[in-house]
Design a protein around this ligand. Structure first.
Ligand SMILES: Cc1cc2nc3c(=O)[nH]c(=O)nc-3n(C[C@H](O)[C@H](O)[C@H](O)COP(=O)(O)O)c2cc1C
Length: 309
């Protein structure tokens, strides 16, 4: 009997739906004992979000400052597992505060040590650098990353920015103004994520994950858009400067830093609506000379390899 644990946090339930579908085959197998653990925060984030909290969460998320969790003494976390599925969402190009807090907790160290991990991401579309940060967290916990599935909103970047804000601020996954597409990961992609289950089950029962990621890729687990890699990397540099700057103005929720949070929210709109199109133009202009590095990046970010700094 193989023991598998799914660790997740989800505000809207999207990531839980994805996780349940991804593990449906394991749930149905009599050779697998499957458990779910929901990360619980002492002070949870609101859903729907209010604008102030949404932007105020940026510095701590980006600087990966953990928050206090509850339920860490749950017996489910004291057992050893053959495989752990870590389902996480991206906040501000980083693993969300709940998953980051979990992975920096003491219990995660013993839970994850020498254990195979599959990451399952459900986000808008910018997860590449967040996954690099996730890899570091997994190395710190001595876990072995064996697979990654990243489900995203497939609509064009600017459409998904508009629709996700509507979703996050209203709390309902509906069409904005009745004309925009539904936000987030599509219902079809969520339903079809059961296709990853048989691949995971086969590799789990063989106790050999060497081909797992390639087999998951054959099923469409990851689709890399090279322009988003460029955007993600550039935005990470600028976000780093903003996060440290805001942080130097006062601790979370202090009134002193509010004007700077407001400034950041304006910057974010300018970056998305004005700077991103310019970066896209530069991306197109350098498309041919950068073919080789683009292919190399695509291969690396689709894989579960870990770059050595
Ligand atoms: C504060 C915040 C920041 C976010 N930043 C990003 C981001 O940088 N990249 C991205 O692809 N999605 C981003 N998202 C979308 C989330 O990754 C996720 O898809 C959404 O919150 C739904 O997740 P849920 O399962 O918790 O409901 C962000 C969401 C929130 C609330």
């Amino acid at each position: 009997m193989k023991k598998v644990l799914v660790v997740y946090y989800s505000q809207s339930g999207q990531l839980l739906d994805i996780s349940k579908n991804v593990t449906k085959e394991l749930e149905d197998s009599n050779e697998v004992d499957l458990s779910f653990y929901e990360i619980k925060l002492k002070k949870d984030y609101p859903f729907p979000w209010d604008k102030k909290t949404f932007y105020n969460t940026f510095p701590e998320t980006f600087l990966q400052v953990p928050t206090e969790l509850v339920d860490l003494d749950n017996p489910i976390l004291k057992e050893k597992y053959d495989l752990i599925i870590l389902s996480y969402q991206v906040w501000y190009l980083s693993p969300s505060i709940p998953i980051n807090s979990f992975l920096t907790s003491e219990i995660a160290k013993s839970l994850l040590k020498n254990t195979s991990v599959i990451t399952v991401i459900g986000c808008r579309n910018m997860w590449i650098m967040a996954q690099e940060k996730m890899k570091k967290l997994l190395v710190q916990n001595q876990a072995n990353l064996v697979g990654n599935i990243a489900l995203v909103d497939r609509h064009i970047n600017h459409i998904s920015v508009i629709t996700i804000l509507h979703w996050m601020m209203k709390g309902v996954k509906t069409r904005f103004l009745g004309i925009f597409p539904k936000p987030g990961v599509s219902d079809k992609d969520i339903e079809e994520s059961i296709k990853f289950g048989p691949v995971i089950l086969k590799n789990l029962l063989q106790n050999n994950y060497k081909n797992l990621q390639n087999e998951l890729l054959d099923k469409g687990a990851v689709k890399i858009k090279p322009f988003l890699i460029v955007m993600d990397k550039r935005a990470n540099i600028l976000f780093g400067k903003w996060a440290n700057f805001i942080n130097s103005k006062g601790v979370a929720n202090s009134d002193k830093r509010q004007p700077f949070i407001k400034l950041f929210s304006i910057y974010l709109s300018v970056a998305i609506w004005l700077i991103a199109p310019i970066v896209f133009l530069l991306f197109l202009l350098t498309f041919i000379p950068l073919t080789k590095s683009r292919k190399r990046d695509k291969k690396y970010y689709s894989s579960v390899q870990i770059k050595k700094d």
